[in-house]
Design a protein. Structure first.
Length: 272
C-alpha cells in the first residue's frame, strides 16, 4: 500500500495487489463520461485500492479505438485489470460468428476480463460453460455473472422486475460451482433481486452464496453505499465488491475502518 504522513494512525491492514480477497472493481464510463485524464486522476490517488475497471452497457463500443486504448493502457499503468462488463449477452443475440469476433476483438484491444452475463436472455448452462472455455482459450479471464432475477440490468424498475420470474437460489449456486470448477476467474453476483430494485433485501440469498461458495471466488455488486456497508458489516472488509468509481474513497475508508456510518464506526476491524 502507498505510504503517507499519517501511517502512524492504525488502520485495518490490506493486502497489496494482486489480491485474492478484498478486491474492488469500479464501474467505468456509463453514468458519467470517463476519459484518460479523469481515469488518471482516479487511479493516481486511489489506484492501490482498485483491482479492476469494468465497462458497462457496451460503452466501449461507442468509443474510438484510440480513446478505448488510452483508458485500458491507463488502467494497466496502475496494475488495474480491465473488464468488458456484460455486453456479450447483446452479442449472443447476433449468433456464434459475432461472439467469436467479439472475443477476438476484446483480446486485441487489451481487455483482461470478459464478463459473461445473461440478465436479459436465457442460455443453457452447458452453453455458458462452452463460452467460459472459449474465453479462457483466448487468453482472457472468464467472469460469469450469476443472479436470481430474470430481466436484471439496464435500470429496470421494481414493478417490471416484480412481474418477471425469480430463479431458485440453489440452482444459481450450483451453476456457479460448475463455472468455478471449469476454471472461471470469478463469479459476479448480480445485485438485482437481492439488494437492488427489491422492496425487501434478500439477505438470505447473500448468506447462502457465501456459505456454499466462500468469498474468494465471488464478487457482489454493491450499487449503493448502504449496500457495500452492509456487506462489510456482515462479512468483513475482505469481501469482493463492485461499486461505481465515485464510491471508491468511501468504500476504502470503510474497509480500513477509519470512517463510516454510526452503525459501523470503529467496529470494522481485522486481526493480523
Amino acid at each position: 500500500m502507498q505510504k503517507n504522513a499519517f501511517d502512524f494512525i492504525r488502520k485495518n491492514k490490506r493486502a497489496g495487489k494482486p489480491r485474492k480477497i478484498g478486491m474492488t472493481e469500479i464501474r467505468g464510463p456509463y453514468y458519467t463520461v470517463m476519459g484518460k485524464n479523469y481515469l488518471e486522476d482516479v487511479l493516481s490517488t486511489m489506484g492501490p485500492y482498485i483491482d479492476s475497471l469494468k465497462f458497462a452497457g457496451g460503452s466501449f463500443s461507442l468509443m474510438s479505438d484510440k480513446a478505448l486504448k488510452e483508458l485500458i493502457d491507463t488502467a494497466h499503468k496502475y496494475d488495474v485489470l480491465v473488464s468488458t462488463g456484460g455486453f456479450i449477452e447483446y452479442v449472443l443475440t447476433q449468433g456464434p460468428e459475432a461472439v467469436d469476433k467479439y472475443i477476438k476483438a476484446c483480446k486485441a484491444v487489451g481487455f483482461d476480463i470478459l464478463e459473461i452475463s445473461s440478465g436479459f436472455i436465457t442460455i443453457p448452462t452447458d452453453d455458458w460453460l462452452r463460452l467460459v472455455e472459449k474465453v479462457q482459450k483466448a487468453g482472457l479471464k472468464a467472469k460469469p455473472e450469476v443472479g436470481i432475477q430474470f430481466g436484471a440490468g439496464g435500470s429496470t424498475s421494481v414493478a417490471e422486475l416484480a412481474a418477471e420470474s425469480v430463479r431458485d437460489v440453489e440452482q444459481a449456486i450450483q451453476q456457479a460451482k460448475r463455472f468455478i470448477d471449469a476454471g472461471a476467474y470469478m463469479i459476479m453476483i448480480e445485485s438485482e433481486g437481492i439488494t437492488e430494485n427489491v422492496k425487501v433485501w434478500r439477505t438470505d440469498v447473500a448468506a447462502k452464496i457465501v456459505n456454499q461458495l466462500g468469498m474468494e471466488k465471488v464478487m457482489f455488486e454493491a450499487a449503493d453505499p448502504e449496500v457495500f456497508i452492509w456487506y462489510i458489516k456482515n462479512y468483513g472488509p475482505e469481501v469482493n465488491l463492485f461499486v461505481d468509481h465515485s464510491q471508491i474513497v468511501e468504500l476504502e475508508a470503510v474497509r480500513e475502518g477509519i470512517w463510516g456510518t454510526n452503525s459501523i464506526w470503529g467496529r470494522i476491524v481485522t486481526y493480523k
